[in-house]
Ligand binder design. Structure first.
Ligand code: ZN
Length: 438
């Protein structure tokens, strides 16, 4: 699978977090079921936005791209997105792009203008397939541009002629740099081969980026990707969250006081194609749901799974109610990755496992709890059942609170609870006194 990756010119925001989580979940699920998945996701390290930032900050494009690539992987690691098998950089594929553009010029579907090389979209008979609109209606909606040499406003730049103080490469059709839509064609065909299975990205890439990628490949006689899938956007009110709109929360900001697993669960609870509202209340909801899963892991002493590791179903034992759960969850996930339904079934099983244990059916309860853990692991969600390391100060506050409660000094107990919360603990009242967890 080929996942259109980021342009590395700023810190990743929670919209990026969502799209990487969605495709990480897909990859994990395919792997769990026994497929061998090759996951390729590119890094765009030459682009107007990078050039502008480098100029504004008086440093090189390479410097900008390197800094934000490091931030990208730091954020992805923090939310448990497994590293791609291949993470190609656009600047390492310029010679392949030049070859591709030369072939498009030779076959007459590309043409030269005074500022570069353009692709003539009307030369691809089914242009508009991904957009779901015929060429005429796309053309009617297109912005009319100043450059009169373009044969249609929909035609797009394959190559931009060199400008002073911009990165440039030598090419037979003039020195310059590639347009954005060619890199993924060159990289996916080289790394995955023609007719690869799945090409994905955010819904905002469907048109024109993916349409234009496909047009180039099809014009050269390739099948290209056999399936396409696009994830919905993270919404702020009725606007999508985007770096270019300046309305974003960075991943680093989110993770200051949100468990990264809660964000994954929030993503899992909405269908990948739907818009996702990320608000303090939807995050708090996800955190409460996560606490229920962790509670199950504590009661049944379940081992921690997932993290960077991709799990396989064959590593687990499936029997009885656990096997039924697996089949039910698989039926949902194999139907266009219906994670909300799958997660709802997992939560029903959490309730059922507790109920079975309460009535003394320990075998049944343990089997079901193990299946819940394995299926959460399949989706990249680690459950934390083991006790946290409690430092001396926190342990002292817990003891003091239990004493305060024993002498019915509720004001003191509340104050001590607040102190524990301010240290990052979640505080619960258990039968044997105060329970704290991270
Ligand atoms: Zn792409």
């Amino acid at each position: 699978m080929y996942v259109c990756g980021p342009t590395v010119y700023g810190p990743p925001h929670i919209g990026h977090g969502r799209f990487t989580l969605v495709w990480d979940i897909a990859r994990r699920w395919y792997t769990f079921g026994g497929l061998e998945v090759t996951y390729v996701s590119n890094l765009t390290d030459v682009d107007d936005k990078i050039i502008n930032r480098a100029r504004d900050e008086g440093r090189s494009e390479h410097d900008v791209a390197t800094e934000y690539e490091a931030q990208w992987f730091e954020a992805m690691d923090a939310i448990g997105v497994a590293r791609p098998d291949e993470a190609p950089h656009a600047t390492h594929y310029v010679s392949q792009m030049i070859d591709l553009i030369s072939q498009l010029l030779d076959s007459g579907v590309a043409y030269r203008t005074s500022d570069g090389v353009y692709f003539e979209v009307s030369r691809v008979p089914d242009y508009g397939l991904l957009a779901g609109q015929p060429l005429d209606s796309l053309r009617a909606g297109a912005r009319v541009e100043a450059l009169e040499e373009k044969r249609s406003p929909l035609d797009f730049a394959l190559w931009k002629n060199a400008k002073p103080n911009e990165p440039r490469w030598e090419a037979p059709f003039g020195d310059g740099r590639p347009g954005w839509h060619t890199e993924c064609v060159a990289m996916s065909l080289q790394l995955l081969g023609d007719g690869f299975d799945l090409h994905t990205g955010g819904l905002d890439l469907k048109f024109p980026h993916h349409e234009n990628e496909r047009a180039q490949a099809v014009a050269l006689g390739h099948t290209f990707s056999r399936y396409w899938a696009h994830n919905g956007m993270v919404m702020v009110g009725d606007q999508k969250m985007a770096k270019s709109l300046g309305n974003f929360t960075t991943m680093a900001e989110l993770l200051v006081d949100t468990d990264p697993r809660a964000y994954r669960l929030l993503v899992l609870r909405s269908h990948y194609r739907s818009p996702l509202e990320v608000t303090p209340s939807t995050i708090a909801d996800a955190e409460r749901a996560l606490a229920r899963l962790d509670g199950l892991a504590r009661r049944f002493a379940l081992p921690r799974l997932a993290g960077p590791k991709l799990e396989r179903a064959s590593a687990f034992t499936w029997a009885g109610a656990g096997d039924e759960l697996y089949r039910a969850v698989a039926a949902s996930l194999d139907d266009d990755l219906d994670t909300p339904t799958a997660v709802a079934k997992i939560f029903d099983a959490v309730t059922a496992a507790h109920a079975a244990a309460d009535r003394g059916d320990l075998d049944g309860a343990t089997g079901l709890a193990g299946a819940v853990n394995a299926l959460c692991g399949a989706l990249g969600l680690s459950l934390f059942g083991d006790a946290d390391d409690v430092d001396e100060t926190s342990a002292g506050l817990v003891a003091a609170r239990d004493e305060a409660r024993a002498r019915k000094d509720w004001a003191a107990a509340d104050r001590l609870r607040d102190e524990l919360v301010s240290l990052g603990w979640t505080v619960e009242d258990g039968a044997d006194g105060t329970l704290i967890r991270r």
